[in-house]
Design a binder for this molecule. Structure first.
Ligand code: SAM
Length: 218
């Protein structure tokens, strides 16, 4: 998959790209390009933003700046999906992540300030996605959330089987995962459920299914 992120802060992605699972698939199943609007702005002195018409607080990411960046990289508005990150967009869920991860090419647009000139959303983006009903200062964290969620669905990102029965997966009927425990067996009187150390795999499986169902119904 080719995933392009347009941002004003490409270096903010450094941490994410050094960590698994993103690092494990970069250059293989996932080609990630971090593109700076400022490198393609048609305006002087690297300007990318401007005052809103009609007045009001804050600055907006200009439509000509975003269009120039798309022109420079794709020769126009690309034929593939272009996702603008905005708190006003469609809410991100695992189903939406899976839908986007199935694309061969995907572009993410991150804004800062007061957001995008509305014409970016109308004419340049095909989708608008929100990572949740709250407002962040920029689209970089939302873009990183999407990059991470998409990366872990790529072949080879996770160890064998670990995505098959995790929260929201078909392996758990879309429900949440059962609880996990590791050593020590007992800590401050808090004991691991006996069934997990019983060695009876049938009972363990049944217990996990029931726990998952109970948690999903909450
Ligand atoms: C301060 S926000 C702009 C908020 C905008 N003025 C509003 O009231 O809807 C700046 C940018 O951060 C990003 N952003 C903030 N919260 C987000 C969220 N929940 N989901 C996706 N992107 C978000 C978007 O790219 C947005 O344009």
């Amino acid at each position: 998959m080719q995933l392009d992120v347009f941002t004003l802060v490409p270096h903010s992605f450094a941490w994410l790209t050094e960590q698994r699972p993103v690092a494990a698939v970069l250059g293989g199943e996932l080609e990630l390009r971090l593109l700076n609007y400022r490198d393609h702005t048609p305006l002087n002195s690297g300007q990318v933003d401007d005052d809103p018409y009609g007045g009001g607080a804050g600055m907006l990411l200009r439509v000509d700046v975003v269009a120039s960046a798309l022109d420079a990289v794709y020769g126009g508005v690309p034929g593939h999906r272009v996702v603008a990150l905005t708190p006003q967009g469609r809410q991100l869920t695992q189903a939406v992540v899976e839908e986007l991860a199935a694309e061969e090419r995907l572009t993410l647009l991150a804004a800062r300030f007061e957001g995008f000139d509305e014409r970016v959303l109308i004419h340049l983006a095909s989708d608008a996605i929100s990572i949740g009903p709250y407002v962040l200062s920029g689209g970089e964290l939302p873009a990183m959330v999407l990059v991470d969620a998409i990366a872990r669905l790529q072949p080879g990102a996770l160890s064998e089987g670990s995505a098959e029965r995790e929260t929201f997966s078909p392996g758990l009927d879309g429900g949440v995962e059962y609880p996990h425990y590791t050593r020590p067996l007992e800590f401050r009187g808090w004991r691991v459920p006996d069934v997990l150390v019983s060695g009876d795999h049938g009972r363990i499986e049944e217990w996990r299914r029931e726990e998952s169902k109970a948690r999903s119904a909450r």
